[in-house]
Design a protein around this ligand. Structure first.
Ligand code: ASP
Ligand code: MG
Length: 419
């Protein structure tokens, strides 16, 4: 008998037939003797539709009300799933994030989980129920409803798994697992059997959409084993866990790409102490996420600073910069949203020299110009033109032989869009 937390994304609960399917799977699992919790997302594109409704009312809706609105999507799917399980003759009970004690900070639309009380989940399991929990939402200590950022149901699932000390957190999705590259772009992309938290985090940072990055962080911090698998069949997916000797040693694990970011360049910024601090403090105060940052060579006392940020944060970034640019004495700023990021991830690059050189050579041979570069100990990312992303990802996947398990002996991660 196992204690499992499962998570089903929006596609898996996209209509009533699919909800019935999920219900039957959960019932089968329960009848096989497992204790089962299911975390679900809103049906299909409901969250997008709610965002769209809000935008029709006003361009910058109040964050608190946005969370109030978006959290309703999951409340629909949990109730329907619980009903579908009842229809199978099995007891189920649904809970909102607040009801199960997902306590978050007060940063609306990207709240962080501070604590999972989960007493109610444990009690309901003891009482014999299949427990259904709304993904993506929580509550502040003073009772405000919050959401955890797009894709946040993955994080809810991992948090609940940590909170009840589950044996595994199974994330069911519309791809088979983690791949060496996005299989929609690279025909020879390969599914990886097991990958470490560290590599998975870098894959997610590089744009692999299959698991929300925050969920992997949470899993690493709390030692939750994630099984990322297909909601369409029972075959094994990808296990994400602490690196161990059963994993093959990878030099390069995968190539990811990300087209969700834009580049902002601040021009002719005075080159003196404190300026960068001021710029990035203003952006942080406006809750703008920053990815890469580059400062150019200083000429005649001024310099250009470029950084990348999610396109979703562009409005907030622009209004934050608007307030400080004059006061800083900078000339202006420019937004370029036709960029994309391609990343190479692999724990082996720490000990193998020449990986960066091979990456840049490969891109050059493919006629791809590199705009910005950043690295972590196990990732190299390049910002390039968005319209060259497909050829860049394919060239790198080829160059590092990622299609061939025997040659590279990798524990590779991969990307998929996920739900
Ligand atoms: N429904 C939310 C979203 O679309 C959360 C999730 O699906 O994980 O982002
Ligand atoms: Mg998802």
């Amino acid at each position: 008998m196992a204690l499992v937390v499962t998570k089903f994304g929006g596609t898996s609960v996209g209509d009533t037939d699919r909800i019935r399917n999920v219900a039957r799977r959960l019932v089968a699992r329960k009848q096989a003797g497992d204790d089962v919790v299911a975390v679900v997302s809103a049906m299909g594109h409901v969250t997008d539709e709610l965002v769209d409704l809000a935008r029709q009312i006003c361009s910058t809706p109040p964050d608190r009300e946005m969370d109030m609105l978006l959290s309703t999507g999951e409340q629909v799917s949990i109730a329907l799933l619980a009903m579908a399980i009842h229809a199978e003759g099995v007891e189920a009970i649904s809970f909102t994030g607040a009801q199960v004690g997902i306590v978050t900070d007060g940063v609306h639309s990207k709240a962080k989980i501070a604590e999972v009380r989960a007493d109610r989940v444990r009690q309901a399991l003891r009482d014999g129920y299949i427990v259904i929990v709304a993904g993506f939402q929580g509550m502040t200590p003073d009772g405000q409803i919050t959401t955890l950022g797009r894709g946040g149901s993955d994080t809810t699932a991992v948090a609940v798994a940590a909170g009840i000390d589950a044996d595994v957190c199974e994330i069911y999705t519309d791809v088979d697992g983690v791949y060496t590259a996005d299989p929609r772009i690279v025909e020879s992309a390969r599914k990886i059997d097991a990958i470490s938290y560290e590599e998975m985090l870098e894959m997610a940072a590089g744009g692999a959409g299959v698991l929300q990055m925050r969920s992997v962080e949470f899993a690493r911090n709390h030692g939750v084993v994630i099984h990322c698998r297909s909601s369409f069949h029972d075959g094994p997916g990808t296990i994400v866990k602490e690196a161990d000797e059963t994993m093959e040693q990878a030099i390069i694990s995968g190539v990811t790409h990300d087209t969700s970011e834009a580049k902002i360049t601040l021009r002719d910024v005075p080159d003196k102490p404190g300026v960068a601090a001021e710029v990035f403090t203003a952006l942080a105060d406006a809750n703008v996420n920053i990815d890469m940052i580059i400062q150019n060579v200083s000429e005649q006392g001024t310099t250009d600073i470029s950084f990348t940020t999610p396109k979703d944060d562009l409005d907030r970034a622009s209004s934050a910069l608007g307030k400080i640019v004059a006061e800083l004495g900078a000339r202006d700023w420019q937004v370029d949203d036709s960029v994309a990021k391609v990343s190479l991830v692999g724990a082996g690059m720490k000990t193998h020299p020449g990986i960066a050189a091979q990456m840049f050579r490969t891109l050059a041979d493919a006629g791809v110009n590199i705009d910005m570069i950043s690295t972590s100990p196990i990732r190299i990312s390049c910002v390039i033109a968005a319209d060259q992303i497909q050829s860049a990802v394919n060239a790198l996947h080829d160059s590092f032989g990622l299609e061939n398990e025997d040659v590279t002996a990798v524990t590779s991660p991969g990307c998929g869009e996920g739900e």
